[in-house]
Design a protein around this ligand. Structure first.
Ligand code: S3P
Ligand code: PEP
Length: 438
């Protein structure tokens, strides 16, 4: 656990120039450890995200008897134990700040013969888990939670799951993935329909491991009885981490950057679509497919942004990028309106309220609504904002300094290490005048 005392201090102005590679994709990194662990054979991973969230998943599988070796930067060797080879851990599985770890593991562990207890930090212990425990119980899982339906999750092993169809009420890749992983252990077929497309890394990676996944329109299904065969995984750079620099280079006059090897899976590129609708200048160079995932280098040059009404169908495709998109909106000419994004209220923080508070503190007219925000583009001032321990908010306000009139000081930034530990050094290399105190 780490201190809340980490502060970022960012001097105003400047622009971003040069090339760089942001940290590995967090969603794909989690899944590489999970699927590699339950595969047969040895899986080699490169480009893996060495950050606290992914390390929580890694530690959980090590605690369940999987041998995972860490090589050079971003390299993992996962000695798979097969679908039925996990062992009872000696203690609780502590998953830190990571919603993805907890929700995906709840599905995978409901099908095991042993008990597990999943715990997390203060933020993760507040986040809603009924969205996974309710359908898992319908499949026959036995899980105890707090009265509020939150962690710790006490999962009782040894209950045979039964496949079922689930019509997901929220567009959530974590819920979808949880149920597909439970489906590997459930009798017959398990299927889900999603109300809107969400990231499909689980489906792609299961197929990469030779496991059949069917998609029929918005319905995705798996059957138990198959096996996963080890494979090599090349994790692209995370578009959610790239997003800070896509916005930074767009809003800071004179910027011209290229971000290498960024994952551009169409279920993740909402941020590019939204920024382009706002007038951003983003080019996709050298598009290619790496290990079943599309990748490109992204060149971004500064542009005059304008406010827009964000199309609701893009919301799940940019769900983690709204904190920094709100900064883009604050720097755009005119009004930006976001609706249909109530999910933002149950992330690591209430990202609607916390971002509105910070923007208002910096002099921007930002009005939170139950499911989004209305932002008038304006002049960013200076001052002190609190990230409330939310990594994406700390990084978003750092980027805002490129257009601020004075220094921005940001409190409670330690959790940047959950997704993007190299943020400060890369930001400095590209031209952001940022320093850290502890
Ligand atoms: O499946 C995943 O890897 C993720 C899904 C999203 O959550 P939801 O499924 O809650 O939308 C996203 O916010 C999270 O950062 C990662
Ligand atoms: C919501 C996020 O992650 P998680 O749900 O895994 O905590 C995020 O990284 O923005």
């Amino acid at each position: 656990m780490h201190s809340k005392q980490v502060q970022f201090h960012v001097q105003p102005g400047g622009c971003l120039k040069g090339e760089g590679r942001v940290a590995g994709d967090k969603s794909i990194s989690h899944r590489s450890v999970m699927l590699g662990s339950i595969a047969e054979g040895v899986t080699h991973v490169k480009g893996w995200l060495e950050a606290e969230d992914a390390l929580s998943t890694l530690a959980a599988f090590q605690a369940m008897g999987v041998k995972i070796e860490r090589g050079g930067p971003g390299e993992l060797t996962v000695h798979g134990v097969g679908l039925h080879g996990l062992k009872a851990p000696a203690g609780e599985l502590y998953l830190g700040n990571s919603g993805t770890s907890m929700r995906l593991l709840s599905g995978l562990l409901s099908g095991q013969p042993f008990d597990t207890v999943l715990t997390g930090d203060e933020s993760l212990s507040r986040r809603p888990m009924k969205r996974v425990t309710a359908p898992l119980r319908d499949m026959g899982a036995v899980i105890e939670t707090t009265e509020a339906g939150t962690a710790p999750l006490r999962i009782k092993g040894g209950h045979q799951l039964k496949g079922m169809h689930y019509d997901m009420p929220v567009a959530s890749a974590q819920v979808k993935s949880c149920l597909l992983l439970a489906g590997l252990y459930a009798e017959g077929e398990t299927s889900v329909t999603e109300p809107a497309p969400t990231r499909d890394h689980t489906e792609r990676m299961l197929q990469g491991f030779g496991y059949e996944v069917r998609r029929d329109g918005d319905k995705i299904s798996v059957r138990s009885g198959g096996k996963l065969t080890a494979c090599d995984i090349d994790v692209p750079a995370d578009i959610s981490s790239a997003a800070f620099f896509l916005v930074g280079a767009s809003i800071a006059e004179g910027s011209d950057i290229t971000l290498q090897h960024v994952g551009i899976n169409p279920t993740r590129t909402g941020v590019i679509d939204i920024l382009k609708l706002m007038g951003a200048d983003i080019e996709l160079l050298n598009p290619r497919t790496v290990g079943g995932e599309p990748v490109a280098d992204l060149r971004v040059r500064s542009a005059k942004l304008k406010g827009i009404a964000i199309p609701e169908e893009l919301v799940p495709l940019a769900i983690d990028e709204f904190p920094v998109l709100f900064v883009a909106a604050a720097c755009a000419e005119g009004q930006t309106v976001l609706t249909g994004a109530e999910e933002l209220r149950v992330k690591e923080s209430d990202r609607i309220q916390v971002m509105a508070d910070g923007l208002v503190a910096l002099g921007i007219d930002a009005k939170p609504t139950p499911d989004g925000m209305v932002i008038q583009g304006g002049r960013l001032g200076s001052g002190r904002v609190n990230s409330r321990g939310d990594h994406r908010i700390a990084m978003s306000f750092s980027i805002a300094a490129l257009r601020a009139s004075g220094t921005i000081d940001i409190d409670d930034c330690a959790n940047v290490n959950t997704s993007f530990p190299t943020f400060v050094s890369l930001a400095k290399n590209l031209g952001l005048n940022i320093s850290v105190t502890e």
